[in-house]
Design a protein around this ligand. Structure first.
Ligand SMILES: Cc1cc2nc3c(=O)[nH]c(=O)nc-3n(C[C@H](O)[C@H](O)[C@H](O)COP(=O)(O)OP(=O)(O)OC[C@H]3O[C@@H](n4cnc5c(N)ncnc54)[C@H](O)[C@@H]3O)c2cc1C
Length: 521
């Protein structure tokens, strides 16, 4: 069998890539090889804006998503006191008070994987389920890749011009190539499961508490209960099921979280989550150590690529997993289309190198939001400041660029890659600022001070929500980032000062944030 593109793995990364390739170049011979037969429960239900645009617009799944999955009401964060005894309606909260302007979705992953397989097969993609890829003989730009497939019917060999590894944590191609899983210095573990009969968060609390968010559905949000060093999520996935889990630094991990009784008992040690889980029954439980890891390579001149968890994964706190898939799949599709259209080797190779360098920048920039920062999560005052910075950067820099498809534009990519060190320098400076503040608040005994009764609308700090995705001059984008840096630094200084009469803070130009410096001096 000879294919233009062979995709190993029929999860969300492989399934969406096959659909995208099919839509872009209907004449391509595409094969998706998936070892499983019936998709089962998988984590990764919460999408954010980039992935949602990708699914809805690029893949033409908007109506499908509204009909078969749930519209999401943004990310929402709740804060507890030190003994984890605060009632939900007394917790401070960061969250939306209306469905956000840019949509996102809560996915039933088992359903999405199954539907993508069916849709792809109907569209003429060769979808082999119950088909395990057991051997890979990597090719290059001149020789096809060879894959050995094992099914109940026997063994078969396939040749393909392009090979895409979408096999998730199995990392089938990376293993065949001897590419290591890169330790990114962010040691996280997680346990989660599906639960039935979870109390509807929109039915707890007082009228005033519901009015605080103008009656919008908190149930539809990705709800985070935040603690120092770990957090707990509640995500609705439809048909009466709710995904509930916890992600923690290794120091907080306990082996009994791997079992449903252990997980439920742990969750119920927190009054807020316990209220929601009062009558809940567990359907299944899963767990994972080594949640975060990196890669040395996303795309190669040898006509292969790794997408989704076959490449890397950072941290689920802001649900970025499917955003990475959107970017990677766009890039693979672009490369395959150019190759198919007869692009010269030089043009293709330059793109491959730039796409690869950009994804490594994107990975490192995303990691900088979480690495070493889990101790910050449990304080409303700290996280609301950090959130203001993170969500502004996400909207102003990453989502905006994605909506304009700048991630496929060579000039834009060259500039991003050239600015790698300054960009990471800025993120590291703010990471250090939040860590210093955390130390300061703990020393003063103020860490949990703001955790009661306060509310910040999630997009308060993003004064450009409706401009995102419209043409804006580069200097407007940079000016907005600079203004955000100055706002956050001024508020951080006031917080560090600890009371009224904080000294005025001189604004700095954006470039001053981009080389290593202590922002609280
Ligand atoms: C705790 C946690 C929470 C997360 N939460 C989110 C979230 O809210 N939102 C989000 O976007 N992301 C989230 N993620 C990340 C998310 O899980 C991934 O982005 C996504 O599931 C990756 O999809 P994938 O297609 O790469 O891998 P998978 O969905 O794992 O698919 C890989 C497929 O490859 C198949 N396969 C493996 N080996 C072979 C072989 N040899 N031959 C054939 N087939 C093979 C497997 O059977 C599987 O179906 C989370 C991750 C974790 C750990």
């Amino acid at each position: 069998m000879k294919l233009d593109v062979a995709i190993v793995g029929g999860g969300i990364a492989g399934g969406t890539l096959a659909r995208q390739l099919r839509r872009r170049i209907p004449t391509l011979d595409i094969g998706v090889f998936e070892r499983g037969t019936d998709p089962d429960f998988k984590v990764g239900e919460s999408t954010v804006e980039i992935a949602s645009v990708y699914l809805a617009r690029r893949l033409g799944l908007s109506t499908y998503l509204y009909e078969h999955h749930l519209p999401k009401n943004g990310l929402r964060f709740f804060f507890d006191d030190a003994d984890r005894g605060t009632a939900i309606e007394d917790m401070s909260e960061i969250g939306t008070d209306g469905l956000p302007f840019h949509p996102s979705f809560q996915l039933d992953r088992a359903r999405l994987d199954a539907d993508l397989r069916r849709m792809n097969a109907e569209d003429g993609v060769l979808v082999g389920t119950g088909t395990r890829v057991t051997k890979i003989q990597p090719g290059d730009a001149t020789r096809p890749h060879r894959l050995e497939l094992v099914t109940q019917a026997g063994t078969q060999t396939v040749q393909a011009r392009w090979l895409v590894d979408a096999s998730g944590r199995a990392r089938v191609l990376s293993k065949a190539l001897g590419l290591p899983r890169v330790d990114v210095g962010h040691d996280l573990c997680a346990a989660w499961g599906r639960f039935r009969d979870v109390v509807d968060i929109d039915c707890v609390g007082t009228r005033a508490w519901r009015d605080r968010v103008r009656g919008t559905s908190r149930f539809l949000s990705t709800n985070h209960f935040c603690y120092p060093g770990y957090w707990i999520w509640f995500i609705p996935i439809g048909e009466g099921l709710v995904s509930v889990g916890t992600v923690c630094e290794r120091a907080h991990w306990r082996e009994d979280l791997r079992r449903s009784e252990g997980l439920l008992a742990f969750l119920r040690q927190h009054r807020g989550p316990a209220t929601l889980l009062e009558r809940a029954t567990s359907i299944d439980t899963m767990s994972r150590a080594n949640v975060s890891y990196g890669t040395t390579r996303f795309f190669s001149r040898d006509r292969w690529a790794c997408v989704g968890e076959a490449a890397a994964f950072t941290d689920p706190f802001y649900s970025p997993g499917s955003d990475f898939i959107a970017l990677e799949n766009d890039m693979v599709t672009d490369l395959v289309a150019r190759d198919h259209g007869g692009a010269g080797v030089g043009d293709l190779d330059e793109r491959i190198e730039l796409y690869d360098a950009f994804m490594r920048l994107r990975l490192d920039a995303n990691l900088a939001l979480y690495r070493g920062l889990y101790p910050v999560l449990g304080s409303f005052e700290l996280l609301s400041l950090k959130w203001m910075f993170d969500i502004h950067c996400y909207y102003n820099l990453w989502l905006h660029a994605y909506l304009l498809e700048q991630h496929l534009d060579l000039a834009w990519l060259r500039e991003q890659v050239r600015l790698r060190e300054p960009t990471l320098g800025m993120l590291d400076n703010f990471g250090r600022l939040f860590r210093t503040l955390e130390h300061e608040l703990r020393t003063r005994g103020d860490y949990h001070r703001g955790n009661h009764g306060r509310f910040v609308p999630a997009l308060t700090g993003v004064d450009l929500v409706e401009e995102v995705g419209r043409a804006r001059a580069r200097k407007q984008v940079l000016r907005a980032t600079g203004a955000c840096c100055n706002r956050v630094r001024a508020q951080a200084k006031a917080l560090a000062h600890g009371g009224p009469g904080a000294p005025a803070v001189e604004p700095m130009p954006l470039f001053a944030y981009m080389s290593e410096r202590a922002l609280l001096d």
